[in-house]
Design a protein around this ligand. Structure first.
Ligand code: ZN
Length: 238
């Protein structure tokens, strides 16, 4: 059996043309952005504008991203430097893949429907069956959350999570799922009974550490950025 090194990833999502995190003191192997790099209604930049292309250029490691519903244009050329892995499998290290689910409509709209994401989920299952070898690990990076019982989708948030993404997750068996889109879940994480870590990093981001034994740990950005008193959710297990 191959002994795999510990891999450390900088993760974030939903930066919406503003905050872009950094990972001081961490040796990052790659950066994963869970989509909504831009803020569609204000593609003309606001006061707190931060250029995502310059941020991607400042990273000395691969930057992988999926498209969110706000990313129907790429006015700053972020994706000239970052890798758009929406609907793709990307091998980031020996024995470690990232599967990407992202979707941006032709024009801005709140959310895609299941039918918009289903073909991509099917393609990813087909690709993984051909490319991912037994014993290799997958991280699922998806702008759109899987619809799972442990995620607090209430009436008001119906439509925020997707059955086809949950089905994809059950088939791929990822060690971690990193997702965005749902702003009131930022900074939260959940651990499934099978061990899969579900993480919503949000714009403050965080660090995902994958140990050789496939254990995955998330440290929220609030833990190492300025505001140490911000909410850093306790991990719930079910
Ligand atoms: Zn979104």
């Amino acid at each position: 059996m191959t002994i795999l090194p510990t891999i450390t990833l900088g993760i974030c999502s939903d930066t919406h043309g503003e905050q872009l995190p950094h990972w001081p003191g961490h040796k990052i192997h790659a950066v994963l952005h869970g989509g909504d790099v831009y803020h569609a209604p204000t593609l003309a930049h606001g006061d707190n504008y931060a250029n995502p292309r310059a941020w991607a250029a400042a990273q000395s490691v691969p930057v992988l991203a999926v498209r969110g519903n706000h990313d129907y244009r790429d006015p700053d050329g972020f994706l000239d430097l970052a890798e758009d892995i929406s609907g793709r499998l990307y091998r980031i290290a020996a024995g470690l893949w990232v599967a990407g689910v992202g979707f941006a409509p032709e024009w801005y709209c709140d959310t895609p429907g299941e039918r918009d994401l289903e073909p991509q989920c099917r393609d990813l299952i087909r690709m993984a069956s051909r490319q991912v070898m037994p014993g290799e690990r997958i991280i699922l990076l998806t702008h759109y959350p899987p619809r799972l019982p442990e995620l607090p989708c209430d009436e008001a948030s119906a439509g925020c999570a997707y059955g086809c993404v949950a089905d994809l997750m059950e088939t791929l068996g990822p060690i971690a799922v990193v997702f965005g889109h749902k702003h009131d879940w930022f900074g939260l994480r959940w651990r499934r009974a099978a061990g899969t870590l579900l993480v919503s990093p949000g714009p403050l981001g965080g660090v995902l550490t994958i140990r050789a034994n496939s254990e995955v740990v998330f440290e929220a950005g609030t833990a190492f950025n300025d505001d140490k008193n911000s909410v850093d959710s306790a991990e719930s297990t079910r």
